[in-house]
Design a protein around this ligand. Structure first.
Ligand code: NAD
Length: 465
């Protein structure tokens, strides 16, 4: 790992500003790699999860990566161009500009839940910006991580882009390397450790973390429209999605209606769960047991659990198919309301007024995503302006993440920094300011010995500029 890092650093020093052709070629190879191995990638992820719907892998990993590469390929020439900016008149005739420059050797640490997309999208942003990339995927998806290492090695030289595999200890050693930038996607707790490790090298970090993303159902919401959208956002990848609605805030009088509508929507999408290839398994026994404990703890403390089981199945624990479970009557003492759920369990918090719902969100750490469902533009704007979150989808769930024109990233406890599209390029570039002084200029007036001429000039500047 260390020697690959050193090789990448040395290679970068030999080519500090890769040309447009070089960058496009690297993106092209990432595209061919994805196209060639897409079937094997889906199989490997499915093997690691126990079962992962192939269509989900196609939509949320292969397609998003392909479109991310194509977007970067189309726009990289514009992104890398030096930009002129205005120069204040008292500095004329000097000129000012911003010159984007790659940072060097960049590290990417990715989680298991969308293992291809969450490793490749930052990596290709870093490549487009002209960097070398070392990527460490999660140990929870060993088949996939091994395949990714081989696929990347087939299309890239080690000193361009390489993958190192390993567990938490490898991750720890990885985060201690003096990268020029470290990009981490994972839990808030590990994100803190990454930030501390990177601080020792003054390595700048982007932290894409988790948290509890609320969905606010407004009083005038059409639940017939909202419920299938919420159910899709929550049940895709069996809820193992960083931006899945973690809990719902629902007007007190509409809880029963919402439970019925979500149950119906989930049943329409999945007539059965245990034996349904469209429904993804929970990634590990530990996470499966954790979800069971969250539900049991909530029930013990007085919540009502509604398990959605349209086919009346019994699911073997070994298959790790966790049936969607709605929880009503929850409170903040329950673990399910204190921890990120990361599975198909959906607590419903009843509220009296929209202000109460906003207050509830603002009493908790800043979420990665927030959803609002309703018809009133005034209420929508009130929610938008009085809550802070990493991103928002209005009248749907998750979709703000799935395009390259919107930056994606958290705020506060859900992360710092952002990526996707041009934002990835900026994250992995130094936007270097350059001031081009003119041969003839008035800057001599700023120099001592100070006297009346200086005083007159500074008085003018202080008054008018
Ligand atoms: P995790 O934090 O346990 O692990 C993420 C990665 O960090 C893995 O590669 C792991 O090997 C490595 N790692 C673990 N401990 C480490 C340490 N001490 N030092 C260095 N590296 C270490 O997260 P996870 O369980 O793989 O993923 C789930 C979490 O990720 C959830 O909290 C979820 O919300 C979050 N997530 C966030 C986003 C986002 O875009 N913001 C996307 C997906 C997942």
């Amino acid at each position: 790992m260390r020697s690959t890092f050193e090789a990448q650093r040395a290679a970068f020093a030999r080519e500090m500003l890769p040309s447009l052709d070089v960058r496009r070629d690297r993106l092209e190879r990432a595209l061919r790699m994805t196209q060639k191995h897409q079937g094997a990638i889906a199989d490997a992820i499915s093997a690691d999860f126990g079962h992962r719907s192939r269509q989900e892998t196609d939509l949320t990993e292969i397609f998003l990566v392909l479109s991310g590469i194509r977007h970067a390929r189309r726009h990289v020439a514009k992104w890398m161009r030096p930009r002129r900016v205005a120069t204040p008149p008292h500095m004329w005739p000097a000129r000012s500009g911003i010159v984007p420059q790659p940072l060097g050797a960049v590290g990417v640490i990715s989680p298991w839940n969308y293992p291809f997309q969450l490793g490749m999208l930052p990596a290709l942003g870093a490549l487009a910006a002209g960097n070398r990339v070392l990527l460490k995927p999660s140990e929870l998806t060993p088949s996939f991580s091994g395949l990714l290492r081989e696929s990347v090695a087939e299309f890239f030289a080690d000193d361009e882009f390489a993958v190192v595999v390993g567990d938490v200890e490898v991750g720890r050693a990885f985060s201690q390397l003096p990268f020029d930038h470290l990009f981490f996607t994972g839990s808030t707790a590990v994100g803190r450790e990454i930030a501390l490790a990177a601080a020792a090298n003054l390595t700048p970090v982007t932290l894409e973390l988790g948290g509890k993303s609320p969905a606010i159902i407004d009083a005038d919401c059409d639940v017939g429209v909202a419920a299938p959208r919420i159910a899709f956002g929550k049940l895709m990848n069996a809820g193992q999605t960083c931006v899945a609605p973690d809990y719902l805030l629902v007007p007190r009088g509409r809880v029963d209606e919402l439970v019925a509508a979500i149950t119906a929507a989930a049943t329409a999408m999945y007539p059965s769960f245990a034996a349904n290839a469209d429904y993804t398994s929970i990634v590990s026994d530990r996470h499966y047991a954790r979800l069971g404990r969250l539900v049991a703890d909530a029930e013990t403390r007085g919540a009502k659990a509604i398990r959605i089981d349209p086919a009346g199945e019994t699911a073997p624990a070994a298959a790790r198919k966790f049936f969607p479970t709605l929880l009503v009557g929850v409170d903040d003492e329950m673990a399910v309301m204190r921890e990120e759920i990361f599975g198909p369990v959906l607590p419903i918090v009843a509220y009296d007024t929209l202000d109460d719902a906003i207050l509830y969100v603002n009493r908790h750490p800043r979420p990665l995503a927030l959803y609002w469902f309703g018809g009133s533009a005034a209420n929508r704007d009130r929610v938008l302006s009085s809550t802070i979150s990493g991103g928002v989808t209005v009248n749907d769930a998750c979709w703000h993440v799935a395009q390259e024109n919107l930056p994606f990233g958290g705020v506060g406890a859900s992360g710092s920094g952002a990526y996707h599209g041009e934002q990835s390029f900026r994250t992995f570039s130094k936007d270097k300011p350059v001031f081009y002084q003119a041969r003839l200029n008035g800057f001599g007036l700023f120099r001592p010995p100070y006297g009346r001429r200086f005083d007159a000039m500074i008085a003018l500047l202080k008054r008018f500029f």
